[in-house]
Design a protein. Structure first.
Length: 529
């Protein structure tokens, strides 16, 4: 056993020099100096020589220093920190952008939901309106058919009741009545002259009595002047709905149920015969009214076909056909400048139109029933007055399209309204026969109110300002024209129509009174001296 152990030690001693030296790892540059100093202190000179020879024979390359490695690592670390800071800032910017985008997404999502809700609501409203329109279309069709049937029945009845023989007999009777009236007029004029002479003699005897109070003098002249029929005009063979006096010349326009309008030259003293100058047709239903422009070059007409026509009187042509009302139109009026045109309709509205282009300017809604008439105030270009069967009159301001004042006081549907030239006084009449005068400056209460016809009043007219007369003419449904003097309340009656009187007008000087009725006649009355 000892021999084997000895051999093993000898082999181990011999094998040790044969072991390969391990590669030196990351050794600093001061290690070799440390070993040299160590060997020199111990006196191991040969070992030092062997160490140096082997040290410089090793191909070890560059052995980095720890300090150098530290510097490299620190520089890399700083670069990484800078890049990390840049990344952090970029991440923060992107996070802010993400928050903004999320808010915009939420906002647009809410807006989209609201738009969807509104869209559904509008679709529901459209569906309901479509259903309502379908019901209205069927109702309108039924009413239209009934209206057309009633018109045909009325026309046939009128045609059957008016045969040619009756018309001829009526003409003969009218001519005989005319002669009788002329004779009566002559007799009356003679009696008036004699009474005037007698009155003069009596006044010369009683001069002291004439210097008494003004009240007594006014009482002697309370009654309206007497009018005498001078010229009946067979204007139409069907009822006349309205007449209008030309603003400048002695011309008269008439509108009738026969769907036509006509322009007449008023009779003069030597020849009391009216001449037909022009006529026009174009409406598909009866005419309800007509109105001259301020310069007298145009004529506006309203009709049961819900349209308003504007005619050129120089050429006899229809310039404009204004459509927009939903039902029959009952009245129209030009503004003082002639640039605007107002129309009244059964659809409870008043429409304003451009008289040159036909463009709709405004729709005035306030009345609760049929608007029977409309009139621009002659003294103001932007104010207009309308009457309605809701028993009210409304004063409108054209500039803003709103109601400036409401006038109440009628107990029955108001059929017509008008105003004097200065625009200080307005007159209105209703279906109960009451006539009222209104102060346009206060509009608080009626200046004058009086009952006239028990059958209703169809139209009212004021004697032109500056003529020295304050008379008010009323077209009655009982076939009479009544003349009122508001200062005294006196009422005079003139007759001559066979049927309701539909329209009444004074001429420019207030010396003649014109009336039109359902008998198709226009009666011209002259003021007696």
């Amino acid at each position: 056993m000892s021999e084997e152990q000895g051999l093993t030690r000898d082999q181990g001693v011999r094998e040790q020099p044969q072991e390969q030296p391990q590669a030196v790892g990351q050794i600093t540059e001061t290690v070799d100096d440390f070993l040299r100093n160590f060997l020199l202190r111990l006196g191991l000179v040969r070992t030092l020589d062997h160490f140096q020879r082997e040290w410089y024979q090793i191909d070890r390359g560059f052995v980095p220093d720890v300090l150098t490695q530290r510097f490299l690592i620190q520089s890399e670390l700083e670069q990484v920190r800078v890049e990390a800071e840049l990344l952090r800032r970029r991440v923060l910017g992107l996070s802010r952008t993400l928050v903004v985008l999320e808010r915009e997404r939420d906002f647009y999502s809410d807006g989209s939901s609201q738009v969807e809700d509104q869209k559904r609501a509008l679709q529901d409203d459209l569906a309901r309106l479509s259903e309502h329109r379908g019901r209205l279309d069927s109702t309108l069709t039924t009413l239209t058919r009934g209206h057309e049937t009633a018109l045909r029945t009325r026309t046939l009845t009128q045609i059957q009741s008016r045969t040619q023989a009756e018309i001829q007999e009526e003409d003969v009777r009218e001519s005989s009545q005319r002669e009788t009236r002329r004779r009566q007029t002559t007799d009356q004029s003679q009696s008036v002259r004699s009474s005037v002479r007698t009155g003069r003699a009596e006044r010369n005897k009683t001069k002291l009595q004439q210097n008494q109070s003004c009240t007594k003098e006014d009482t002697c002249e309370t009654g309206p002047a007497h009018f005498t029929l001078t010229c009946p005009i067979r204007a139409h063979h069907q009822p006349i709905s309205n007449i209008e006096v030309h603003p400048i010349r002695r011309l008269l326009a008439t509108s009738s149920d026969d769907r036509s309008w006509r322009l007449w030259a008023l009779p003069t003293e030597p020849e009391p015969v009216a001449a037909l100058l022009l006529s026009g047709e174009g409406h598909s239903d009866w005419l309800t009214s007509c109105s001259f422009s301020p310069d007298g070059d145009k004529l506006a007409t309203t009709s049961g076909d819900s349209t308003v026509g504007v005619w050129d009187l120089g050429r006899g042509l229809c310039l404009l056909s204004l459509r927009g009302h939903l039902s029959a139109t009952w009245g129209c009026s030009f503004s003082r400048s002639g640039r605007s045109l107002a129309s009244a309709s059964s659809d409870r509205t008043v429409r304003l139109w451009d008289a040159e282009t036909g463009r709709s300017l405004a729709v005035l809604r306030r009345h609760g029933n049929v608007v029977s008439s409309v009139r621009f105030l002659p003294s103001c270009d932007h104010l207009l007055l309308s009457s309605s069967r809701d028993r009210t009159l409304l004063l409108w301001d054209e500039r803003v399209g709103t109601c400036a004042a409401a006038i109440t006081g009628h107990a029955h549907p108001v059929e017509h309204c008008t105003a004097d030239t200065p625009g200080r006084v307005a007159a209105s009449c209703d279906a109960g026969g009451d006539v009222k005068l209104w102060d346009m400056r206060s509009l608080r209460s009626a200046l004058f109110s009086a009952p006239t016809s028990p059958s209703g009043a169809n139209q009212v007219s004021l004697c032109p300002a500056g003529t020295g007369s304050e008379e008010v003419a009323v077209a009655g449904g009982d076939g009479l024209v009544r003349l009122l003097r508001p200062s005294s309340g006196h009422v005079a009656e003139v007759g001559g129509h066979q049927g309701p009187v539909c329209s009444v007008r004074f001429d420019h000087q207030g010396e003649a009174l014109l009336s039109a009725g359902a008998d198709g006649l226009v009666q011209v009355w002259r003021r007696s001296q």
